[in-house]
Design a binder for this molecule. Structure first.
Ligand code: C2E
Ligand code: MG
Ligand code: MG
Ligand code: MG
Length: 276
């Protein structure tokens, strides 16, 4: 009987494995047509200047509206896009789409709104990403480079190969600012902050979550702000959900905040309404 139960458990296990592998393959297959089928959209989450509570930036966040499965999180499909190389095409669309909205929201205004775009490390390794093509696109839309910025993670800068360094410098030279996303969760080798001219550090939400109860998280956040300011960088806190967290972040001199306290990521039309 024990042997039988074991066998049943095993077949249950292999069946579950098989199902998840099939699910993956189906998603990968569907992802190939997601872009031409217009199932991808950008949502925009405001980034607030803490002292004035003004919206000064927004982060563009991808959403996949799957015809059968509803909204699929980027945490689930970005890794698949990276595995298949689709990230290059999708990332190209993300930048151009973000540029379109940036031009729409800043044209004929004195707004200094900046839209930030997440970049996969794979885009930096790809010859298919030509920054000049993106700059031409910005020029055609009539939007200044300062209205766009990119978010990268620390890992990209650790063993940066020449093609990565060249692209990073290309963005800098064009006047597109650079933020380090999820700061504090990677290797934090820090020396790259000196090597590359970074503009923003985004403190990862895992430090912000327990800011009110974990003195160590507060101490680390404060240390990040002090270091960043000494180096001439601005700091954005991610995942701000409570007034208490916001107050503490102001106390330690953090510049900007992003999180559900201010707003969830919104469809473009809703974000546009928020701007007005
Ligand atoms: P991220 O760049 O660190 O983005 C912040 C994530 O935190 C977003 O998740 C956002 O919805 C979520 N968030 C914002 N405020 C709060 C809050 O107050 N509480 C909590 N618990 N969460 C909050 P989302 O939209 O699911 O995106 C997940 C990740 O997917 C992003 O993390 C980013 O790494 C990646 N991603 C999203 N869009 C793109 C894209 O266009 N290209 C690439 N390469 N990656 C993307
Ligand atoms: Mg980000
Ligand atoms: Mg982040
Ligand atoms: Mg700088």
């Amino acid at each position: 009987a024990a042997k039988n139960a074991g066998r049943n458990r095993l077949s249950y296990f292999t069946q579950a494995l098989q199902e998840s592998a099939q699910h993956r393959l189906r998603l990968i297959n569907d992802l190939r047509t997601a872009l031409p089928s217009r199932q991808l959209a950008l949502h925009f989450q405001p980034i607030i200047e803490l002292t004035s509570r003004r919206i000064i930036k927004a982060e563009a966040l991808l959403r996949w509206q799957h015809p059968e499965q509803g909204t699929i999180s980027p945490a689930e499909f970005i890794p698949l896009a990276e595995e298949t190389g689709l990230i290059i095409e999708i990332g190209d669309w993300v930048f151009r789409e973000a540029a379109y909205w940036a031009s729409r929201w800043t044209q004929n205004t004195d707004s200094d709104l900046q839209i930030s775009v997440n970049m996969s490390p794979l885009q930096f390794q790809s010859e298919a990403l030509v920054i000049d093509d993106w700059l031409t696109h910005l020029c055609a839309l009539g939007v200044a480079e300062s209205h766009l910025s990119i978010e990268i993670t620390e890992g990209l800068l650790l063993n940066a190969h020449p093609e990565v360094t060249d692209k990073l410098l290309g963005f800098r030279d064009a006047g597109i600012q650079v933020a380090i996303d999820d700061f504090g969760t990677g290797y934090s080798a820090l020396s790259y902050l000196k090597r590359f001219d970074i503009d923003y550090l985004k403190i990862d939400q895992s430090f912000i979550r327990n800011l009110e109860t974990e003195p160590n998280d507060l101490a680390l956040s404060e240390a990040i702000v002090i270091m960043a300011h000494k180096l001439g960088l601005k700091v954005i806190a991610e995942g701000v959900e409570t007034e208490g967290q916001c107050r503490l972040l102001m106390d330690i001199g953090c510049d900007y905040g992003q999180g559900y306290l201010f707003s969830k990521p919104l469809p473009a039309a809703d974000f546009e309404r928020l701007l007005q």
